[in-house]
Design a protein around this ligand. Structure first.
Ligand SMILES: Nc1ncnc2c1ncn2[C@@H]1O[C@H](COP(=O)(O)OP(=O)(O)O)[C@@H](O)[C@H]1O
Ligand SMILES: [Mg+2]
Length: 262
C-alpha cells in the first residue's frame, strides 16, 4: 500500500500518517439493491496516535476496519497505510493445535525472523503482555483474558506500525477488560505503535483514546470527534472519563434516534 513520506530536517523520510482514509464509501449488494454502508469517510491516524472509532452496532465499524486492513476494497475513495497493519479481533483466532509460544513464533516466521531468534523473541513478547512462562501452554488451558493477551502478543510480533483492533475485549468480563485496558495503554506508550480501535462502548473509547471518532448509522458517516486530553493513567471510573462519556453517549443516542432502532 502507498505511503506518504515527508523529508525530515536530517534528510530521512518519515511517514506522515499511519493510516489515511480519504473520501471512502462502501456499498454492498443487498435484497433491496445496493446498500450504502459507509459514506464519504475521511480520517487520518498519525504515527503513534491512538484513535477509537465508536458507533452503534451495524454502523459499519468492522467494514471500515476491514478496508483499512486491506481485506476488502472501498467502493469509492482511497486508503493508504504505513506498511501492512496487524489485526486483532474479538475472537482470538489462535491456532488451537499450537501452544501460546508457537502461535507467536509462527507470526515471527511469517515475518522472516530466523528460527534461532524466534523462541527468545516470543518469550519477550509474552513478557510484554505479562504472560511470561506461558510459552508451552495450550490455547485451551488459557482463560479468555490470557488468550487475548496471546493474540495481542502475536499481533505485536508483526512489528507493524499500525494495530487495528475490532472490539478485542468485548467478550471479556468487566474486571479482565479493565486490566487489559491498562496493559494496552502501557504497551501502546512503550512501543509507540499507532492504534485504530473499534468499539461500541463509550467508556472504553474514552478510557483508551487520544481521539474518539463517532460514526453515525445508515449510512456510517463521521458524526463528530473529540480529543481526549485526560492524563494517563486513566481509570474507567474517573470523573473526567465519566463526564466526557456522558457527553458522547448523548450524541450517540441522538444518532440512534435519528437513524432508527438497534
Ligand atoms: N460482506 C457484506 N455483505 C453485505 N452486507 C454487509 C457485509 N459486511 C457488512 N455488511 C452490512 O454492513 C453493515 C455494517 O456492518 P458492520 O461493519 O459489521 O457493522 P459494525 O461493525 O459497526 O457492527 C451491516 O448492515 C451489515 O449487514
Ligand atoms: Mg463489528
Amino acid at each position: 500500500m502507498a505511503t506518504t513520506l515527508a523529508k525530515a530536517a536530517d534528510g530521512t523520510e518519515a511517514a506522515t500518517h499511519a493510516a489515511r482514509i480519504e473520501h471512502v464509501s462502501k456499498s454492498f449488494a443487498g435484497p433491496a439493491g445496493q446498500q450504502l454502508v459507509l459514506d464519504d469517510i475521511t480520517l487520518d491516524v498519525a504515527p503513534g496516535e491512538f484513535v477509537t472509532l465508536l458507533g452503534a452496532s451495524g454502523c459499519g465499524k468492522s467494514t471500515l476496519l476491514n478496508l483499512v486492513a486491506g481485506l476488502d476494497a472501498p467502493s469509492a475513495g482511497a486508503i493508504s497505510t504505513d506498511g501492512r497493519p496487524a489485526l486483532m479481533f474479538q475472537e482470538h483466532a489462535l491456532f488451537p493445535w499450537l501452544t501460546a509460544g508457537k502461535n507467536i513464533e509462527l507470526a515471527l516466521k511469517l515475518r522472516g525472523v530466523p528460527k534461532a531468534e524466534r523462541r527468545g523473541r516470543a518469550e519477550e513478547l509474552l513478557e510484554l503482555v505479562r504472560l511470561g512462562g506461558a510459552h508451552g501452554k495450550r490455547v485451551h488451558e488459557l482463560s479468555g483474558g490470557m488468550r487475548q493477551r496471546v493474540a495481542l502478543a502475536r499481533a505485536l510480533a508483526q512489528e507493524s506500525k499500525l494495530l487495528l483492533m475490532d472490539e478485542p475485549f468485548a467478550a471479556l468480563d468487566a474486571i479482565t477488560r479493565d486490566v487489559l485496558h491498562d496493559e494496552l495503554t502501557r504497551i501502546w506508550r512503550e512501543t509507540r505503535v499507532s492504534v485504530l480501535f473499534v468499539t461500541h462502548n463509550v467508556r472504553e473509547a474514552v478510557r483508551l483514546a487520544q481521539r474518539v471518532v463517532l460514526l453515525s448509522s445508515r449510512p456510517g458517516r463521521i458524526a463528530r470527534e473529540w480529543t481526549v486530553d485526560i492524563e494517563h493513567p486513566r481509570r474507567i471510573e474517573d470523573a473526567a472519563v465519566a463526564e466526557l462519556s456522558v457527553e458522547i453517549t448523548e450524541e450517540l443516542r441522538g444518532e440512534i434516534r435519528r437513524h432508527g432502532q438497534h
